[in-house]
Design a protein around this ligand. Structure first.
Ligand code: PMP
Length: 352
């Protein structure tokens, strides 16, 4: 190693799911939405005047923030927006977790949490889930520098009742509790109403799944005015202009069409429930996912074998060669037609 390298910050980065160059694939590996965004988003793109690109975007993303605030009936000062919820979570970790005590999150959860903790030098401790992948609130009733819970959890799809989440928040008045609700629109119950009761609660959301806009990169967080203020102070100490003008406008447009949103989410829920039945018939063991993916373990062949065989057939799902979850595949819910192609391939792979 060269001398200069000794002073370099070294990290092991998060590995996102594969984005194959070949577009002729069935892509069920990164929990994207198979349906297009609301038609109002198209209208923004069609009418956007490119001369606006000369100007910096609105640093506070007011149009977007106000549309989110109106949608949820909260004050604009309670909303923080970022470039995907990864950006929001990253700023939240950096701002809100500045203690010598370890932050706590489940051993099986979104695998970016430990990466942010590492890059920011935040001590952390992972808390084992129960064997059925549920959370035991009592495990979070100890000294800590913060708590992060994805609800529903990823990659398990398991939803924890709001009473369980509130139990954790109530037990932790001295640290911030982040609830990552990336998948909440697919059937779970949000803990958003609790932000008025607990000043130390941050609820994080994304446009990437239920709003079909992963490529635009929009995430947001809702919490007390104080907590959001601290996050904005850090954000404005790094980069004032994180989100571009087109994205801000598209995000606001999406929020305006609630019936389209509900319709597309309901289609995915219907396909998910049908897919669970079909996977059970194919001998998969699975959790009762409340998300836009299914966490399923093939019983006849190994998960790794099925993953590789599906890939050969140009069907991409997600597999992790890690303890506890190495027997599972995470399958994003696609269109009915995509799922039918998947089931035909699975029949061939499992019975062949
Ligand atoms: N939280 C969870 C639990 C996720 O699964 C994801 C998707 N990888 C994210 C946050 C980040 O999503 P995005 O940055 O696209 O908003």
């Amino acid at each position: 190693m060269n001398k200069w390298e000794e002073n370099v910050r070294k990290v092991v980065p998060y590995v996102p799911g594969e984005q194959p160059k070949d577009t002729n694939v069935i892509k069920l590996n990164t929990n994207e939405n198979p349906y297009p965004p609301a038609p109002e988003v198209r209208e923004i793109l069609d009418s956007f005047d490119e001369s606006r690109m000369r100007l910096y975007p609105a640093p506070n993303a007011d149009v977007l923030v106000d549309s989110i605030a109106e949608h949820y009936g909260v004050d604009s000062s309670q909303i923080f927006v970022g470039v995907g919820s990864d950006d929001v979570l990253s700023i939240a970790f950096l701002t809100l977790f500045n203690s010598d005590k370890p932050i706590l999150f489940p051993d099986i959860t979104y695998s970016f949490y430990d990466v942010w903790a590492d890059v920011y030098g935040i001590p952390y401790k992972t808390v084992p889930l129960r064997s059925d992948f549920t959370i035991n609130a009592d495990d979070y009733k100890c000294e800590n520098g913060g708590v992060v819970i994805a609800n529903p959890n990823a990659p398990t799809g398991v939803f924890a009742d709001v009473l369980v989440i509130e139990d954790i928040i109530r037990a932790n008045p001295d640290s911030v509790v982040i609830v990552d609700e990336a998948y909440i629109d697919f059937g779970g119950e949000t803990c958003l109403p609790l932000i008025d009761k607990y000043e130390n609660l941050l609820v994080v959301r994304t446009y990437s799944k239920s709003r079909s806009m992963a490529g635009m990169r929009i995430g947001y967080a809702m919490g007390s005015r104080k907590l959001i203020g601290y996050m904005n102070d850090v954000k404005f100490s790094i980069n004032s202009y994180t989100m571009n003008t087109v994205t801000q406008l598209c995000g606001a447009a999406s929020m305006k069409n609630d019936s389209y949103f509900r319709e597309s989410v309901n289609k995915i829920i219907a396909t998910r429930e049908r897919s669970k039945k079909r996977l059970a018939e194919l001998g998969f063991k699975m959790t009762d996912s409340m998300t836009n993916f299914i966490f399923a373990s093939p019983q006849k062949k190994s998960a790794e074998y099925v993953f590789n065989e599906l890939k050969k057939r140009r069907i991409f799902v997600r597999y992790w060669n890690k303890p506890i979850i190495c027997d599972y595949l995470r399958i994003t819910v696609g269109t009915d037609a995509e799922m039918d192609t998947l089931f035909t391939a699975l029949e061939e792979i499992l019975n062949g």
